[in-house]
Ligand binder design. Structure first.
Ligand SMILES: C[S@@+](CC[C@H](N)C(=O)[O-])C[C@H]1O[C@@H](n2cnc3c(N)ncnc32)[C@H](O)[C@@H]1O
Length: 251
């Protein structure tokens, strides 16, 4: 097994960044595959903000969110409100060895996980194992080949390259998005459908600070400074390409 370091880490800033996501904002590619009564696994659920939307879509079916970050699971559990219908649970687990019997879930979902994995094929095999025959998997990851960034500068290009290098060094893959379909096929899934969309971050400061802190934590002060300076620009944009793939486990 290769060593992987999860690049964003579980700092308050990184967790807050993920918690802004919802099923409505980031999970819509899978919405047509959810209906009341289905059981769903959300693998790498982070703070659980997307998971809660999945649970609402499949109620009274059960939704389980797993993540290897204990702090993320604690935050996800805290996000279950008192008025929650009670069909969602969270537990700490690694995606390479899921604590569920074979053929457990009707649906398996995973958002923004595969770009951080050094062994995507091993994770896909595990997702396939816990999915029921004829069950459907939905995956989504960014692809750093698709950025639209402005205002452009040589320094910004260099800072983006530094982040790519950091994530790659940590065992991740910044081009995981485009590989989802091929990896699903290799894992034995069928009826694979790929799609892509852009996310435009609400402010340059929101994404700039998120990236700057990770680079800073890795000792790259110059690149962190570049992202913070760039985030002060007016009229710029950070548009990220997200690739999603939906596929079926054969009967
Ligand atoms: C970028 S966050 C995405 C969180 C959430 N799915 C979302 O899109 O907002 C990736 C999550 O995957 C988790 N993760 C990374 N590697 C993992 C592994 N090997 N097993 C389980 N969880 C993992 C991290 O702890 C983190 O919470």
């Amino acid at each position: 097994m290769n060593d992987t370091t999860y690049t964003p880490g579980h700092s308050q800033n990184a967790s807050d960044f993920m918690a802004k996501r919802s099923f409505a904002s980031h999970g819509q590619f899978f919405a047509q595959h959810l209906s009341p009564g289905l059981s769903v696994l959300d693998c790498g659920c982070g703070p659980g903000s997307i998971t809660l939307g999945i649970a609402a879509a499949v109620y009274p079916g059960n939704t389980v969110g797993i993540d290897f970050g204990e702090s993320q699971i604690a935050r996800a559990k805290a996000a279950i409100s008192g008025t929650s219908p009670g069909n969602v649970s969270f537990q700490t687990a690694a995606c390479y060895s899921l604590p569920f019997p074979t053929d457990t879930f009707d649906r398996v979902f995973s958002h923004a996980l595969f770009e951080h994995l050094s062994e995507p094929a091993r994770a896909m095999a595990e997702l396939r194992r816990v999915l029921k025959p004829n069950g459907i998997v939905g995956l989504c990851s960014p692809d750093w080949g698709g950025f639209i960034l402005s205002p452009p500068s040589d320094a910004l290009t260099q800072a983006v390259l530094s982040y790519r290098t950091l994530q790659t060094r940590n065992g991740g893959d910044v081009e995981a998005g485009r590989k989802l379909g091929a990896n699903l096929m290799a894992a034995g899934f069928e009826a694979i459908q790929m799609s892509a969309r852009y996310e435009c971050y609400p402010t340059l400061g929101f994404i700039g600070e998120y990236l700057a802190r990770q680079l800073e934590g890795a000792g790259d002060i110059a690149s962190a400074h570049t992202f913070r300076e760039w985030a002060r620009s007016n009229g710029g944009m950070f548009a990220q390409a997200w690739v999603s793939a939906v596929a079926r486990k054969p009967a």
